[in-house]
Design a protein around this ligand. Structure first.
Ligand SMILES: NC(=O)c1ccc[n+]([C@@H]2O[C@H](COP(=O)([O-])OP(=O)(O)OC[C@H]3O[C@@H](n4cnc5c(N)ncnc54)[C@H](O)[C@@H]3O)[C@@H](O)[C@H]2O)c1
Ligand SMILES: CC(C)(O)[C@@H](O)C(=O)O
Ligand SMILES: [Mg+2]
Ligand SMILES: [Mg+2]
Length: 350
């Protein structure tokens, strides 16, 4: 652990996977996070059982990966450590029907995101540990990075520690899935939930796609070619972000031309201006006061009408078609990327 930072960060040397030697870990769900955690745990020597419904098409994938698969209820009853990796929107239901009736005193109930605990959709009994190991990464990269001997940073939080060993066990889990290679930051459920929802809405997923689409549309509406607009506003974004990832904003500024640097430094704040910051503060407030989560729960209860419509519109945006055709012609393109194949498998499920 290092104390150079504002918070505690744990690395491989701080954790011991053998802490989980006498435990069976139930991984519920075999989607984006589930398949990565289950396989990484298994390859780290942890005894894993995957819990999926009889009807789930993820079953064949988990079995093909050499894992033992059973129903969620049976997996929980076999396990002392339960990792809840079904979608946030079904967790309360899965908890009520499959987890709670099979939990025993001293078990660990673990999440990769704290939404259902923080917003009181799941209220666990007092005699179990409740922890979180939340990779700061899409699940497919948690797996890919583990296989490449790299890791993904993660957050660790303890909501309830009845055994006194909650942190040690969660750290062992974090190490087993590869997070402690990159750093595990200790936090609270509240901080993880609010920062994670904010990040994905304002910057990582919502903000960045809106910026890309506006940039693409501004060029195409002004008469430039869609192919050039795609390469300029979407494809090159990855290459620019790679430099930011490797060495911060300065590595990117150092690599681009002085012209790009001067243009970016003088125009960037005109595009993402104070008004955007005010919008970000509003979005954060809706997360903090529970408005976003209430809206999302109601949207699900109504059968996801807005979500389906927005998803359809995103799919039909011209940039999707232009990009798909261009990517097919990349010299290294061999049908699909690994993540696209895996996402398609998950999307076909349930
Ligand atoms: N997707 C990510 O990269 C990511 C990153 C960090 C944290 N998280 C968190 O991880 C958790 C899992 O998210 P995900 O995106 O991996 O989920 P996902 O949508 O990829 O999970 C789908 C899996 O859940 C199973 N499933 C769906 N409904 C079910 C039900 N009613 N009963 C039993 N199984 C069911 C499916 O069979 C499938 O295996 C969430 O808490 C999420 O917030 C996800
Ligand atoms: C991968 C993300 C966006 O970081 C995660 O938080 C999620 O909800 O999928
Ligand atoms: Mg999230
Ligand atoms: Mg996240």
């Amino acid at each position: 652990m290092t104390d150079e930072f504002t918070t505690d960060i744990y690395y491989d040397d701080d954790a011991d996977v053998s802490t989980l030697d006498d435990e069976t870990v139930a991984v519920l769900g075999y989607g984006s996070q589930g398949h990565a955690h289950a396989q990484n745990l298994h390859e780290s020597g942890v005894d894993v059982v995957v819990g999926l419904r009889e009807s789930s098409s993820s079953r064949s994938a988990a079995e093909a990966d050499g894992l033992t698969v059973t129903t969620p209820a049976d997996a929980v009853s076999q396990a002392s450590y339960v990792s809840v990796l079904v979608p946030d929107t079904v967790q309360a239901d899965v908890y009520e029907n499959a987890i709670e009736p099979n939990l025993e005193a001293g078990d660990t109930l673990q999440f990769a995101h704290g939404l259902n605990i923080h917003y009181n959709q799941i209220q666990p009994p007092e005699d179990v540990d409740v922890t979180m190991v939340a990779p700061k990464s899409p699940g497919h990269l948690v797996r890919r990075n583990y296989e490449n001997d790299e890791g993904t940073p993660g957050l660790l939080a303890v909501y309830q520690d009845t055994t006194g060993d909650a942190t040690e066990r969660a750290l062992a889990y974090a190490k087993a899935i590869g997070c402690a290679r990159a750093g595990v930051i200790e936090t609270t459920f509240q901080e993880e939930v609010e920062s994670d929802l904010f990040g994905e809405q304002a910057v990582l997923c919502g903000g960045v796609t809106a910026l890309v689409k506006h940039g693409y549309e501004a060029l195409v509406d002004a008469g430039y070619s869609p192919e050039i607009a795609y390469f300029e506003c979407l494809n090159e974004l990855k290459l620019i972000v790679d430099l930011m990832y490797e060495g911060g904003n300065m590595e990117m500024w150092n690599s681009v031309s002085d012209t790009a640097e001067y243009g970016g430094l003088t125009r960037g704040d005109r595009i993402v201006d104070d008004h955007v910051r005010e919008n970000m503060d509003e979005v954060l407030e809706e997360i903090q006061n529970g408005e976003f989560t209430r809206e999302w729960i109601l949207e699900n209860q109504a059968g996801r009408p807005s979500y389906s419509q927005l998803r359809q519109a995103e799919q039909e945006h011209e940039i999707e078609d232009v990009g798909a055709r261009l990517r097919e012609l990349f010299a290294w393109a061999d049908d699909e990327t690994e993540a696209e194949t895996e996402s398609a498998e998950v999307a076909a499920d349930d």
